[in-house]
Write a protein that binds this ligand. Structure first.
Ligand SMILES: NC(=O)c1ccc[n+]([C@@H]2O[C@H](COP(=O)([O-])OP(=O)(O)OC[C@H]3O[C@@H](n4cnc5c(N)ncnc54)[C@H](OP(=O)(O)O)[C@@H]3O)[C@@H](O)[C@H]2O)c1
Length: 248
């Protein structure tokens, strides 16, 4: 068992898996949390082999929109101090919005998936956060800064306002709270079958660097903010978007 522990929601796939791999490489023990056990186990196996530590990654299955299941993460932590919480679980949820009932379900689903998951996990682990030195990270989206995703954009933007309050509450205990806001990142499950070659090309063209983001681009920002050299950075939103949105 290592000295430092990180909890990564949505750590079985995409950006979360890259974050888990990066933090494990930085010496953290990592707990990956998600609803489906298969991707969590596969990612955990791969990372253990890569970093050569059998206890580098543990797996917890939980739907983080559910308070009882979220409490199960606390049980899995087992009383250890938590150095880093990465609230990465989320995604765009569609739905039939042709009537108000469908509209309400669509908005609730997006708020639950992107806001409640982060709030419940962070509040569940708040007493366990390492004092001083804990780190809370929220993965939002470029959609929060420029729109384009309706309820999803609004839900991700809500994380920003909450992060500012949380940073104020936890700052006196030397715990930092920051938001990483990714632009377009290919090679994740986010877009499912919604992505087309034209959609991909349009998003790449909107960057200044002429390429799609990779999960490791986002993981690099998280690793910096989770590390010891970022102790004076709190209450910030770091855009990692290839220049698609400037300086916001
Ligand atoms: N890809 C992009 O272009 C992009 C851009 C901006 C922001 N983001 C954000 O980045 C984060 C990671 O997305 P990604 O691109 O890596 O897509 P992804 O592969 O779909 O990852 C989302 C992860 O969240 C988990 N998850 C979703 N709902 C959950 C719940 N209720 N409880 C527990 N786990 C849950 C999923 O696992 P289970 O289904 O097994 O639960 C999955 O592992 C998301 O918050 C997304 O909104 C992505």
């Amino acid at each position: 068992m290592g000295e430092r522990l990180a909890v990564v929601s949505g750590g079985g796939t995409g950006i979360g898996a890259a974050v888990a791999r990066g933090l494990a490489a930085d010496g953290f023990d990592v707990l990956v949390v998600g609803r489906r056990v298969e991707p969590l186990r596969a990612t955990a196996e791969r990372i253990r082999a890569e970093v050569g530590r059998e206890d580098a990654v543990g797996v917890v299955t939980a739907d983080l929109t559910d308070p009882e299941q979220t409490a199960g993460v606390v049980a899995a932590v087992g009383g250890r101090p938590v150095d880093v919480v990465v609230n990465n679980a989320g995604g765009y949820l569609g739905g039939d919005t042709t009537d108000l009932t469908g509209m309400a379900a669509h908005w609730r689903a997006n708020l639950d998936a992107n806001v409640l998951t982060a709030v419940l996990l962070t509040e569940a682990l708040r007493p366990a956060l390492r004092r001083p030195g804990g780190r809370v990270l929220l993965i939002s989206s470029i959609a929060a800064q420029r729109g384009g995703g309706g309820a999803y954009s609004a839900a991700k933007a809500a994380l920003h306002g909450w992060a500012y309050d949380l940073a104020g509450q936890l700052g006196p205990e030397q715990i930092t709270v920051n938001v990483v806001s990714p632009g377009y990142v290919a090679d994740t499950e986010f877009f499912g079958d919604r992505m087309t070659p034209e959609g991909h090309a349009k998003r790449v063209a909107a960057t200044l660097v002429g390429r799609a983001g990779e999960p490791d681009d986002i993981a690099a920002a998280v690793r910096y903010l989770a590390g010891p050299s970022a102790g004076y950075v709190t209450g910030q939103v770091l855009g990692v978007n290839g220049g698609s949105v400037l300086g916001r």
